[in-house]
Design a protein around this ligand. Structure first.
Ligand code: C2E
Ligand code: MG
Ligand code: MG
Ligand code: MG
Length: 290
């Protein structure tokens, strides 16, 4: 029986691994042509001020519309883009699109509108990189650095290499703000929050998901919020899906919420229309929320 089981496992896993490897190779080669063929789209998801309901921030999230496979998740293709070096060009495209849209929303929605964009660890630490080009481009659009927020994960601060602190200093010099994404999932050492200049903490959605009065995730979220505020950081809760979660977070003093309760990420032109209807909190919706 043991022998049979062994053979089954063998014949099951080997082709699967090969298929997975082949799949990655094909996707990587498709990825090379994706920028030129305009297969990427930048989606935006609102970040809502919990006290007022106002929307003056959004996160940019990339989508790959593969001609045969349809939408491929960034969780699947960003690692391939990192391994192949394509992440550099993709990241530049995300930056340019973000700058174009934030310029419009600063003019038409709110003068301090902010767009946050994600940088993966390799992208962030890339050797010889600087934010000079970004700053020059922002200046050419008459945008201050504060128009943008760069989201990085806390794991980066752990290794605390000079590359990481240099990059954070460059961002600060450019006036671009920094958010710690997925906070609470890594080996967060809180001392890093003091050491580095961080503007926002994004509480990971694994905490938001299980929020209930008197739950341990509630206690952790409250502690994170109090600590962040004492250090001068603003807090954004990810993955807010229910009115209960929103209300518990608001009561705990959380500054902003992001999640399907408010809106899913949507294509830029759709988000543009969404902002026209929803950026300013309406009296009616505030009354309804209470
Ligand atoms: P992230 O930065 O933590 O982004 C939040 C993810 O949660 C997004 O997934 C978003 O669609 C999803 N989300 C938002 N609200 C909810 C909710 O209420 N419930 C649930 N279940 N999910 C929610 P998405 O867009 O698939 O992106 C996944 C990850 O891919 C991002 O995680 C980010 O790490 C990475 N990523 C996305 N765009 C880029 C990019 O332009 N560059 C880089 N380097 N990474 C990116
Ligand atoms: Mg993010
Ligand atoms: Mg996140
Ligand atoms: Mg995440």
């Amino acid at each position: 029986a043991a022998k049979g089981a062994g053979r089954n496992r063998y014949s099951y896993f080997t082709p699967t691994l090969q298929v997975a490897a082949l799949n990655r190779m094909r996707l990587t080669s498709d990825l090379r042509g994706a920028l030129k063929s305009q297969q990427f789209a930048l989606y935006f998801q609102p970040i809502v001020h919990l006290g007022s309901g106002a929307i003056h921030k959004a996160e940019a999230l990339i989508r790959w519309n593969h001609p045969q496979r349809g939408l491929v998740s960034p969780l699947e293709f960003i690692p391939l883009a990192e391994a192949s070096g394509l992440i550099v060009d993709i990241g530049e495209w995300v930056f340019h699109e973000s700058a174009r849209w934030v310029q419009r929303w600063r003019q038409q929605v709110h003068s301090e509108f902010q767009v946050s964009l994600n940088q993966s660890p390799l992208e962030f630490q890339r050797e010889g990189s600087s934010y000079q080009g970004w700053l020059a481009h922002l200046q050419s659009l008459a945008l201050p650095g504060q128009s943008l927020v760069v989201e990085i994960t806390e794991g980066l601060l752990l290794d605390a290499s000079s590359a990481v602190s240099n990059r954070l200093l460059q961002l600060r010099d450019a006036g671009i703000q920094v958010a710690l994404d997925d906070f609470g999932t890594g080996y967060s050492s809180l001392s890093y929050l003091k050491k580095f200049d961080i503007d926002y903490l994004k509480i990971d959605r694994s905490f938001t998901r299980n929020l209930a009065p008197d739950s341990s995730d509630m206690a952790l979220s409250e502690a994170i919020i109090v600590m962040a505020h004492k250090l001068g950081l603003k807090v954004i809760a990810e993955g807010v899906e229910t009115p209960e979660q929103r209300d518990l977070l608001a009561a705990a003093g959380c500054d902003y919420g992001q999640g399907y309760l408010f809106a899913k990420p949507m294509p830029a032109d759709q988000f543009d229309a969404f902002l026209r209807d929803n950026a300013m909190p309406r009296a009616a919706s505030i009354v309804k929320a209470n």
